[in-house]
Design a protein around this ligand. Structure first.
Ligand SMILES: [Zn+2]
Length: 195
């Protein structure tokens, strides 16, 4: 089912969670893609042995399943050591030359090529890869790291970045100066709509 993924090129679909950049003034925008992860409501995830942020990943999992703000949704996740059965894979890179703190890549069934993000409005995807950039992650507190991973996992489930200055409090705000500390109502709503 799941094929080996190729090394990504800049061309490939990259959703960046970037360091703070100046706001562009924009009106509120949609924080989800039209499509979603196939069979995404109950999944296994796998973490490469090289990843330093296993606690943050576990805390992010718990936050999505039972958001601290008291929302409910159908999401269920468990960690597996069997990569081939997982639907989210976590990998670590260490690249100080890019501003991305973390990136996510979505793959359609039987494809080893990451989707172009705009295709996430057209096609469901089967699994996701999340790449954590240690060169940036190391600068954040443990709780902010978990928040960053919540954001990335929400990309896997269909969340879309917003850069609108009036959505800075949304978990899907796309830069590190967002104020969310976990799943926000707008994101919990799309989880319930999709799954
Ligand atoms: Zn993002």
């Amino acid at each position: 089912m799941k094929k080996l993924f190729k090394l990504t090129s800049l061309f490939m679909a990259v959703i960046l969670f970037m360091q703070a950049i100046p706001n562009f003034a924009e009106a509120a925008t949609r924080i989800y893609w039209n499509k979603k992860m196939i069979d995404g409501s109950s999944i296994l995830y796998w973490v490469d042995s090289n990843v330093s942020y296993t606690t943050a990943i576990r805390n992010a999992e718990k936050e999505i399943e039972i958001p601290a703000a008291g929302y409910s949704n159908p999401m269920k996740m468990s960690k597996t050591t069997t990569k081939s059965s997982s639907k989210i894979e976590f990998w670590q890179i260490n690249n100080p030359n890019i501003t991305a703190i973390a990136r996510s890549y979505s793959y359609r069934p039987n494809s080893s090529t990451a989707m172009v993000v705009t295709d996430k409005d057209k096609y469901n995807w089967y699994w996701c890869k999340i790449e954590l950039n240690q060169a940036r992650m190391k600068d954040y507190t443990p709780s902010k790291r978990a928040t960053i991973i919540v954001h990335e996992m929400l990309h896997a489930f269909g969340g879309k970045d917003t850069y609108s200055s009036d959505q800075k409090s949304s978990i899907m705000y796309g830069t590190s100066d967002g104020t969310a500390t976990g799943v926000t109502k707008d994101a919990n709503n799309f989880l319930n709509d999709k799954y």
